[in-house]
Design a protein around this ligand. Structure first.
Ligand code: ZN
Length: 386
């Protein structure tokens, strides 16, 4: 049914956590995996070699941004996104739909697709489900996502139902488009279906049922962490993973707070992406093993310790909190880079350590120890407005 190999290596007994691996045309990806976000073909401030050193074996790139600038034809002429951005490991692209909904102007959703105006120059575009697949194929992605319709919650039951129906229809058209491309010798990427339905468990189940008619290579959990709160979000995750096939990877879109990652892994999620760790890092806030550290806090002015004494990233091996605080206070670009390096390393290695715990059959203990330490705020200054 699918030629995308996903191997489950271990399943935790006390929780639903899993350890697995899959292989794309650009190498092996170990799961659970955190994917740093390279919005416009770059994980802001970091080089591909630095991402490799942080342990990342897959990145997410945003189709909407690359489609508008520099454009698919340019990327294709430059040999595809991997060569264009100098990244030789795997890439997952989103469908573009989420950013169309959140960034573009004057968008109209109809069965044809999403019509919108570019947030860059006001030009008009139509993104149809078939286009979303062709664009991602043109970029040369390893894993593509189906175009879906996200409903902003709270929404009326009728609106949720309509969005689920459309998501199912669009996914079918996208799937057919990939088959057509394969008939022409392209379309080699994996394709994931996206479960929508907001926080309505019945609608999510109906969405999955409609999508499962197609042989998707993996499954994404969509429309969550958009304001519903952690406990309801995790409830939906638990609901989704119970109905999704165990033999395919599961990807929780846009989620990357350390606590959310640990809790979602416990419920059977395999893949994550989130722009927040690096976005926050550029603004001087990073997660460490004992919580959230605000680099500019005056309490760190003479602190010789690294950001996280337990972290072995380049930043933590080499520099003190005092130096990082100074860089941010002085507006030095190096501060953004060093904090971003730590942030990517921290999330990628958190997923890697979660994986090791599953393999060793001690995920429940790992989760309990992680949460206790993360909430302790040991080694941190009293939060200043944090
Ligand atoms: Zn570090």
């Amino acid at each position: 049914m699918t030629d995308f190999p996903f191997q489950l290596e271990a399943q935790d007994r006390a929780t639903a956590a899993r350890a697995g691996r899959f292989t794309t045309r650009h190498g092996e990806v170990l799961t659970p995996a955190f994917m740093p976000v390279g919005t416009a073909g770059s994980v802001k401030t970091l080089t591909p070699d630095e991402l490799v050193a942080a342990g990342a074996d897959i990145l997410l790139a945003n189709t909407y941004h690359l489609y508008l600038r520099p454009g698919v034809d340019t990327v294709r002429r430059m040999g595809g996104l991997h060569r264009f951005m100098g990244w030789s490991r795997s890439i997952l692209t989103d469908s573009g739909g989420f950013q169309v909904m959140s960034l573009s102007e004057l968008r109209t959703v109809s069965d044809r697709g999403v019509e919108f105006r570019s947030h860059l120059d006001g030009s008009r575009h139509l993104l149809a489900p078939e286009d979303a697949i062709r664009i991602q194929d043109g970029l040369g992605t390893d894993i593509a996502m189906s175009l879906d319709e996200l409903v902003r919650m709270p929404a009326e039951a009728g609106a949720v139902r309509e969005a689920v129906d459309r998501t199912v229809r669009w996914a079918g058209r996208g799937f057919a488009e990939r088959e057509r491309l394969r008939g022409e010798g392209s379309g080699g990427m994996a394709l994931f279906g996206i479960v929508q339905g907001g926080t309505d468990a019945t609608e999510r189940a109906r969405c999955f049922e409609g999508l499962s008619r197609h042989g998707f290579d993996g499954w994404a959990l969509g429309g969550l962490w958009v304001g519903e709160g952690r406990s309801l979000g995790l409830e939906m995750v638990e609901h989704d993973t119970a109905m999704l096939p165990a033999s395919r990877p599961r990807y929780l879109m846009g989620v990357g707070h350390p606590v959310d990652l640990i809790e979602a892994v416990a419920r059977g999620v395999d893949m994550f992406d989130c722009v927040l760790p690096t976005r926050n890092a550029r603004r001087g806030t990073v997660f460490v093993s004992t919580g959230r550290l605000v680099v500019k806090n005056a309490a760190y002015a003479n602190d010789e310790r690294p950001l996280d004494p337990e972290c072995d990233c380049y930043t933590c091996r080499r520099f003190s909190r005092a130096y990082l605080r100074h860089l941010f206070a002085a507006g030095e670009l190096l501060g953004m880079r060093l904090a971003s390096l730590h942030a990517v390393h921290q999330m990628v290695s958190l997923a890697r350590r979660a994986r090791a715990a599953v393999v060793e059959g001690r995920y429940a203990e790992f989760r309990a120890a992680f949460l206790e330490k993360f909430r302790s705020r040991a080694t941190l200054a009293p939060a200043a407005g944090a």
